[in-house]
Design a binder for this molecule. Structure first.
Ligand code: NAD
Ligand code: ZN
Ligand code: ZN
Length: 340
């Protein structure tokens, strides 16, 4: 089977022929139909973070495909069933986080395409308990971006506890942001979308943003404050300065939800302002299996649109460059079906 492999951090991925893996106990093997390119895969391939994957590895945590082999002990999934394989490849199921509905914080989790091989491959393994059934009627090419970009932003808006009378700032209208705008609208909020390219700002407006802010021309914090300040700002731009701008655009009692993971990222949080204004600064990491089920439910009901461009896996390196140059409209999805 073909797979795109990271052999060295910062080097182009290598398309290799690899043996088809055999599922272990409680695992399944999936014939991958579609695999989204999340910016996290680029961070992983570049070794951007304090924690790095072991080399070599196959990235990809927006994998969607059919189950073609069942490991021992798998009883709730069937051959031929379509599933999605998210970043949360596995969690322990026993710790306080797992038991309290916060499996995304499990200290023993294994992350797909990071701690084990991921979805940039014709076949992949997944732990059956964390492979999410994809409802009929959702195209695999749509399901792929929902599996990380969708669930992550849906969860970030839950964490922000967004209400219909509120103003929500979405900073960065990329793969994650274009879905965040839609979830914020579904929650009933007014949305201010911030980006640095005309195309993304136009897309945000098309998806329902009430206000678009071009961070090249205006200080987003100042524009938000002029509009009363944001009740919540969701930081999705791979840019440190964008976090500070989002923080400065909050109203009293506002929440900054940090989601993007720029390399070596830090922000300066002034103690006095944070205390006096009752500001919350919250980190939010992906979403649970239940969150992903809700994301699929909304999409199956026709309430979200996935903006995507499909490509063959062989284009992986050019595709990564395009994401880094900000040229992709929202999400690239590797299509393993026709025309691969
Ligand atoms: P992306 O490249 O598709 O989108 C980033 C967007 O930010 C682009 O539209 C870009 O134009 C915009 N941008 C760049 N500079 C900006 C600025 N100064 N102000 C406003 N916008 C700006 O990336 P993505 O796949 O959406 O991922 C975004 C980030 O989220 C990455 O760092 C990724 O690793 C991270 N991520 C985190 C989680 C999580 O669970 N916390 C999950 C998935 C992805
Ligand atoms: Zn992701
Ligand atoms: Zn756990």
């Amino acid at each position: 089977m073909r797979a795109a492999v990271v052999r060295a951090f910062g080097e182009p991925l290598v398309i290799e022929d690899r043996p088809v893996p055999e599922p272990g106990p409680r695992q399944v093997r999936i014939q991958v139909e579609a695999s989204g390119l999340c910016h996290t895969d680029i961070h992983a391939a570049h070794g951007d973070w304090p924690v790095k994957p072991n080399l070599p590895f196959v990235p990809g945590h927006e994998g969607v495909g059919f189950i073609e082999a069942l490991g021992d002990g798998v009883t709730h999934l069937a051959l031929g069933q379509r599933v999605a394989v998210p970043w949360l490849g596995k969690a322990c199921g026993r710790c306080e986080h797992c038991l309290s509905g916060w499996e995304t914080l499990c200290g023993q989790q294994i992350n797909t395409g990071f701690g084990c091989d991921g979805a940039y491959a014709e076949r992949m393994l997944a732990w059956a308990d964390f492979a999410q059934s994809v409802p009929d009627g959702i195209s695999p090419l749509d399901a792929a971006p929902l599996t990380c970009a969708g669930v992550t932003t849906y969860k970030a808006l839950k964490v922000a506890d967004v209400r219909p009378t509120q103003l929500v700032a979405i900073s960065g209208v990329g793969g994650l942001g274009h879905l965040a705008v839609q979830y914020a609208k579904i929650a009933g909020a007014a949305v201010a979308a911030i980006d640095v390219t005309d195309e993304k700002l136009e897309l945000a407006a098309e998806l329902g943003a009430d206000l678009v802010i071009d961070a090249r021309k205006n200080d987003p914090g100042e524009v938000l404050r002029r509009n009363g300040g944001a009740h919540a700002a969701i930081a999705l731009a791979v840019n440190e300065a964008a976090f500070s701008a989002a923080y400065s655009g909050l109203r009293r009692g506002g929440k900054l939800v940090m989601v993007a993971l720029p390399a070596h990222g830090t922000i300066h949080v002034p103690i006095f302002d944070t205390v006096l204004n009752g500001t919350s600064v919250i980190g939010s990491i992906v979403g649970t299996r239940q969150d992903l089920a809700e994301v699929f439910q909304l999409h199956a009901a026709g309430r979200t649109r996935v903006i995507r461009e499909s490509r063959p896996l062989a284009s992986v390196n050019e595709s990564i460059d395009e994401v880094l140059r900000g040229e992709v409209k929202a999400r690239i999805v590797f299509d393993f079906g026709e025309g691969r």
